[in-house]
Design a protein around this ligand. Structure first.
Ligand code: FAD
Length: 380
């Protein structure tokens, strides 16, 4: 048995889930990441109202068997299982019995001249910079990007009394998601007083207390706070030559690299009955973190049978979904549940609008359908 810790690179949702499970199972996790660990979903929701709080500090986590190393991993030597970390006190090297990569995605403003210093609330560091600018009274806020992060942020800030404009290249918010989600988002934003402009291309900006953002399609937009919510990009890490998202097996191992695991948004695992999906959402990150810990402690080779699941709160509206919408060719509404069938007529996805209490029923329905309990025509 090695005395070395399990080095987890990344102190977000997946990394902390893995650390908690390892500690519960008697392992010694060392979590590398900048600052204290924070959960992510609150950053677009409750934290904009009440402030962001870390999930623990170094002392409380250490008491639970989790050690933190405040820094950024610069490179990994996969053969030596050694991670080089840049810390405030200089570079350090840590050796691990195993290394778990939990790097998440990178959130930065788009590469448009003048937008370099736009706010980004998707990370704890960006959130900490944004929060004081919103603290002293209602502001005019421009949010660039109407994906889940931009749409949720717009709804929350409008609900707090800010005057919010949301813009996107596309004509509808949440355009990548299936109907009726974009329509739900649009109606909710309108009810909250958010001004949404679609078909907008930002071409330049002059930021400051009175910011001006120029578009190719509309007039200039004058505002006080600019938030970029243009999506996350896949990470890179020196020493990891394989492309991200890393294709892991059902135990979260990177098959090509001994004792290296990958979890969360930087990995694509094979979901039992669904195949390999990249699902950059909270529940999948927790599930992958748990599974990596199980494998490290007990060589767990079971199928990864977590159901794909995500949710979003847009103001007072809640949408939730289990399964894989990307393979759905037909949606039918049955008893308030939106059922998506794949090309073989099997139920592949169940979508719920404002009905989180029925999530369990949706899960059971999908599980039964996937295990063959429900035929292609069981629901209509
Ligand atoms: C603002 C926001 C709101 C969300 N809301 C929802 C929601 O409502 N519902 C839902 O289902 N999902 C939601 N998600 C998605 C969900 O939170 C993510 O899928 C989840 O956080 C992924 O976990 P992760 O650990 O892979 O990445 P993250 O939680 O992003 O953590 C990655 C961590 O790795 C660190 N890191 C990166 N590179 C290095 C390095 N080289 N060295 C050290 N550390 C490094 C980063 O600083 C970061 O702390 C939301 C995501 C965001 C960003």
């Amino acid at each position: 048995v090695s005395d070395l810790p399990v080095v987890i690179v990344g102190n977000g949702v997946a990394g902390m889930a893995c650390a908690r499970k390892l500690a519960r199972l008697g392992g010694s996790p060392l979590v590398v990441g900048p600052g204290l660990p924070y959960d992510r979903p609150p950053l677009t929701k409750k934290a904009l109202v009440t402030g962001a709080r870390p999930v623990g500090d170094a002392k409380s986590l250490s008491a639970r068997g989790i050690e933190l190393l405040d820094g950024i991993a610069e490179s990994v030597d996969v053969d030596a299982r050694r991670v080089r970390v840049r810390t405030a006190g200089g570079d350090v090297e840590v050796d691990g019995a195993a290394i778990v990569l939990a790097l998440g995605l990178r959130y930065q403003p788009p590469q448009v001249s003048g937008l370099e210093d736009a706010h980004v609330n998707a990370t704890p560091q960006g959130f900490a910079r944004l929060a004081p600018t919103l603290a002293d009274g209602p502001k005019r806020v421009l949010i660039i990007g109407a994906g889940l992060i931009g749409t949720e942020t717009a709804a929350t800030l409008a609900g707090c009394g800010h005057s919010v404009t949301l813009v996107d290249f596309e004509e509808r918010p949440l355009h990548r998601l299936h109907d009726p989600i974009p329509q739900i988002a649009l109606e909710t934003l309108q009810a909250l007083g958010v001004t949404f402009f679609g078909g907008v291309e930002i071409v330049g900006a002059a930021l400051g207390p009175s910011a001006v953002v120029s578009t190719a399609s509309h007039d200039d937009i004058e505002t006080e706070v600019v938030i970029a919510a243009t999506g996350g990009r896949l990470p890179e890490l020196s020493g990891i030559a394989l492309p991200f998202p890393l294709r892991v097996d059902e135990s979260m191992r990177v098959p090509e690299l001994e004792s290296i695991y990958a979890i969360g948004d930087c990995a694509a695992p094979p979901f039992a009955d669904f195949g390999r999906i990249r699902l950059p959402h909270w529940d999948a990150a927790i599930g992958m973190g748990d599974r990596a810990a199980d494998t490290i402690m007990a060589d767990d080779d079971r199928a990864f049978d977590r159901l794909p699941y995500w949710w979003s709160d847009i103001g007072t509206r809640t949408i939730s979904e289990v399964g894989d919408a990307s393979v759905v060719v037909e949606w039918v509404v049955q008893d308030g549940l939106h059922l998506g069938r794949d090309g073989d007529g099997r139920i592949a996805c169940v979508f719920l609008a404002d009905d989180p209490k029925r999530l369990r029923a949706a899960r059971e329905l999908l599980t039964a359908a996937r295990s063959g309990g429900l035929g292609a025509n069981a629901y209509g």
